[in-house]
Design a protein around this ligand. Structure first.
Ligand code: NDP
Length: 241
């Protein structure tokens, strides 16, 4: 049996999810890594790690991966509900298919992921959910209309889950980063939106590294189970809004 419990991460193939996978693995945790790009996760070559090709829109795929990893490493003690896309665009120009994709991945995908571990954590009366929102889940930004909607959803659901799970000693931590240097902008198809975003980002000397978010997550997780950091809001120092 492992000394440290199993950690599961959706969206572990790049960015903040990848950084969290490395940080928790370095701290001695076995990990379940889930995303669509299997090769990217395998290339991390993390010890005590199971990589599974999972689309968070597919409830059964997540459940199967969870079942398999728990059979190998014991119960999942932390789920990082992280997978998400940002199809930022001017709302009047944006094809509705982009809303569908964001809503399916960033809201229904979040619920599918929570569902896969919720009853187990309640039964064990232990566990931690890290819910990836954004500073765009606290306030609105130009061309972030539906993206903000999905992240406000994560905030709302997380508040409700935190209240519901408190008597079970299950912690719910919302993560609300500002600009982080990842591949997230690859999902922006509107050239004007993308150019504006890049200009704004350059004006503050870029985003922070994903490893800073991962470090804070690890510190937060390592607090005693009865101590809960309800929200982590981390931005570049120069990001005023
Ligand atoms: P990346 O694009 O680097 O990472 C996104 C991750 O989500 C990838 O691993 C991707 O894997 C995964 N993913 C996307 N769609 C799916 C899907 N349908 N099923 C499974 N996995 C999926 O960007 P970030 O690391 O920045 O993004 C991580 C989270 O952080 C997102 O929720 C994002 O909204 C949020 N965030 C990011 C900020 C930033 O400035 N970077 C700021 C605030 C919040 P794959 O494509 O292989 O499936």
């Amino acid at each position: 049996m492992n000394a440290k419990p199993l950690i599961a991460i959706t969206g572990a193939s790049s960015g903040i999810g990848e950084a969290a996978a490395k940080a928790f693995c370095a701290a001695g945790h076995p990990t379940l890594l889930m995303a669509r790009r299997l090769e990217r996760m395998k290339a991390l070559a993390l010890p005590n790690s199971i990589c599974r090709q999972v689309d968070v829109r597919d409830r059964e795929q997540i459940k199967d991966a969870v079942r398999e990893a728990e059979a190998a490493f014991g119960p999942i003690d932390m789920m990082f509900v992280n997978a998400g896309i940002a199809r930022l665009a001017d709302i009047s120009r944006q094809p509705p298919e982009e809303w569908d994709e964001m809503i399916d991945i960033n809201t229904k995908g979040v619920m599918n992921t929570v569902h896969a571990v919720l009853s187990g954590m309640m039964e064990r009366r232990c566990g931690t959910l890290f819910m990836m929102s954004s500073i765009a889940g606290r306030k609105v930004y130009p061309d972030h209309t539906v993206y903000c909607g999905t992240k406000f959803f994560v905030h709302g659901v997380s508040e409700s889950l935190r209240e519901y799970l408190a008597p079970y000693d299950v912690r719910v931590v919302v993560i609300s980063p500002g600009i982080v240097e990842t591949e997230v902008l690859n999902g922006v198809n509107d050239p004007i939106t993308l150019a504006n975003y890049r200009t704004n980002k350059a004006a503050i000397d870029g985003g922070i590294g994903p490893e800073h978010v991962a470090d804070l997550m690890l510190q937060t997780y390592n607090l005693p189970q009865r101590a809960l950091v309800q929200e982590i809001c981390i931005t570049p120092t120069r990001q005023k809004y």
